[in-house]
Write a protein that binds this ligand. Structure first.
Ligand code: ZN
Length: 162
């Protein structure tokens, strides 16, 4: 599921709203600040993000990055790859166009952490994981570790898991 390309939402139905409610619960339970539908086994182009200060959740349906720029490198983790953290280079800012849960156009312009969250979650919709964004040496190191130790829940405190 995590490697599939997710399908656009054709219509915002009660099922889509229920999916979003489920995703928000999961995100809060896991102390994540972003979650994509494929991470809970649903192959639809839906993500939820939490404001890093207020923790208020927001749903983005069929999101696309319409503009992005700069470069920033920071540590990332992923709720779907527990215990693995690595420095990932991404755009420093991004603009995302999507629909909200009422089907109205919504735009998010983000810098810093939220820009990273959006890029990470939108990658999930295309079957891309953050470890794919590492340089080959770092990616090999991570893959070898996963093969050797498996995925372990890590008690180490971390900035965020997506
Ligand atoms: Zn993730």
């Amino acid at each position: 599921m995590l490697r599939r390309r997710a399908t656009p939402v054709a219509e915002i139905t009660a099922d889509v709203r229920a999916l979003v409610a489920d995703m928000i619960d999961t995100m809060y339970d896991e102390v994540g600040i972003g979650l994509a539908a494929p991470q809970i086994g649903v192959p639809l182009r839906v993500v939820v993000i939490a404001d890093d200060e207020t923790r208020e959740a927001r749903a983005l349906v069929n999101p696309v990055i319409t503009d992005a720029g700069g470069t920033a490198t920071a540590e990332e983790g992923c709720l779907s790859i527990p215990g693995v953290f690595a420095q990932v280079a991404r755009a420093a800012w991004a603009r995302v166009a999507a629909l909200d849960l009422d089907g109205a156009p919504a735009t998010v312009e983000a810098h810093g952490l939220l820009a990273r969250v959006l890029q990470h979650e939108l990658d999930h919709l295309d079957g891309v994981l953050f470890i794919d964004r590492l340089d080959p040496v770092a990616r090999d190191r991570v893959k070898r570790r996963i093969k050797k130790e498996g995925l372990v829940e890590n008690s180490r405190p971390h900035a965020f898991a997506l």
